[in-house]
Ligand binder design. Sequence first.
Ligand code: UD1
Length: 438
Amino acid sequence: MDKLVIRGGNPLLGTVRISGAKNAALPCMAAALLTDEPVILENIPQVRDIETTRKLLAAMGAEVELGYGRAQHRTTISARLLAAPEASYDLVKTMRASTLVLGPLVARCGRARVSLPGGCAIGARPIDLHIKGLELLGAIITQEHGYVEATTDPQKGNRLHGAEIVFDKITVTGTEDLLMAATLAVGETVMTNCAREPEVGDLAMLLNAMGAHIEGAGTSTIRVQGVEKLHGARHRIIPDRIEAGTFIIAAALTGGDVNVTCCDPTHLTAVIQKLHETGVKTVIKSDCVRVMGDQALKAADMNTEEYPGFPTDMQAQYMALATQAEGTSMISENIFENRFMHAQELVRMGANIKVEGRRATVRGGTPLSSAAVLASDLRASASLVLAALVADGETIIDRVYHLDRGYENIEEKLKSLGAEIRRVGNIFPKRAAAPSRA
Ligand code: UD1
C-alpha cells in the first residue's frame, strides 16, 4: 500500500492550479444517465472516485470515454442503452456517492437497484431522505438483501410525478439525486430546504443545458418543470473549492506565499474569512487567491455548517492549522457525528487536542514532530499532509489511497511549491486501525 513521506519545514512558494471539483463531477456523470445522447464533461479531475464512477456507469451499459493527452480532463458518456440499471455493493462500498445513480436510473429506466451504502468512518450517513423523496415522486421502493430497489408505477404510466418535497435535513447528494429524478417527472416538483452548495448549482446548469427546466438551484427552494426527454450537452465542471481551500491552508500554515489559481474565490468566502481571523493575508482576484503566510497565526473558533457556512470537508485541514495558531480554538463539527479521527493522529505528532463529542478543543502553538500516522478518510488525510509540512523531520502517512480518491496529483502540486514529498511502497509494518471511508 502506498505511503507518503514528507519532510517538513519548507515554506510553500509559487503557483498552483486547482482541478475540477470531484463533488460536482460525480453528480454530473450520474446525470448523463438521464439521456440516450452523449454528454461531454470538461475539467473532470483525475482522481480515484471518478474512475469508480466510470466503472459504475460502464457496468450498467454506458460508454464512458476518458480523454487523453491534452484532453485528459474530458469525459464523454453515452448512456444509449442501460442493460443493467444497478449499482453493486462492491462499488458503492468504496464510494457512497454511487447512490447518486438511484434517482436518474429510476427516472429514465423505470427501475433501479442500488446497494445501500452501510456504515462509514465519518458517521452513519443514511440515504433515507433520498428514498423518502423518490417515494413522494411516486417511485415504489423496496429494500432487500442490502439493496434498494426503486420502480415506477405502471398505473401512473411508468413515470415519476412531480411533488412537493421538504427535506427534513439539508443533504447535498440527496438534493442532487432528487433534482435529477424530477427533471423527467410529469409536472412540477418543488423542493424546499435544499442544499445550496455550488456543486448543486453546477449540476443544475448541466441539466438545463440538457433541456431540463430548473429554477432556484443554489437557493433553498428549487422548482423543476419535468420534461419527457433530455438531450446531450457539453459542460465544464466548476473548480474544486475544497482542493483550493486545502492549498490555501497549506500556504498559510507553512508561512509561504502561494497563488492558488483556476479557483472560484466566491465559493471560498467562509474559509477565507476564517483564515483572515487567524491572521492570514490574502489578495483575491476573479479566479485566484494569493495567500501570504508571513504573520503569526492566532487561534479562532470554527463551526462547520452547510454552504455558505464553513465546509465540513475543510474541518480537518483547519484543525491542522489550529495546532500552529497561538491560543485555543474550539472546533465544532455540526454535519457529521464522527469526523475527528485525524485528531488522534495529530496528537501523535505533538498537537494538544481534546475531543468531546462533536467539539474539539485545540491548544495551539505546540511544535509538531514527525511520526508514522494513518489516514482514516479523504479529508483527514489532507490534514495529516498539512501537519507533516510543518513537522520537524520525516512523517510517513499510511493509507494514502484515501487521498487519491479526491486530490489530483497532490504530490506533484506540493513538490512544485517546494515541499519535500515522495510516494513509496510498504516501508513500515502495519498498525491496526478501523477500516474507513469518507
Ligand atoms: C456531500 C459531499 C461530502 C460532504 C457532505 C457535506 C459529495 C459527493 N459528497 O456528502 O464531501 O462532506 O456533502 O457537505 O458531494 N443525511 C441523512 N439522510 C440522508 C442523507 C443525509 O440523515 O438521506 C445526513 C447525513 O448523515 C449527514 C447530513 O445529512 O449528517 C449531511 O449529509 P449529506 O449532505 O447528504 O452528505 P453527502 O451528500 O453524503
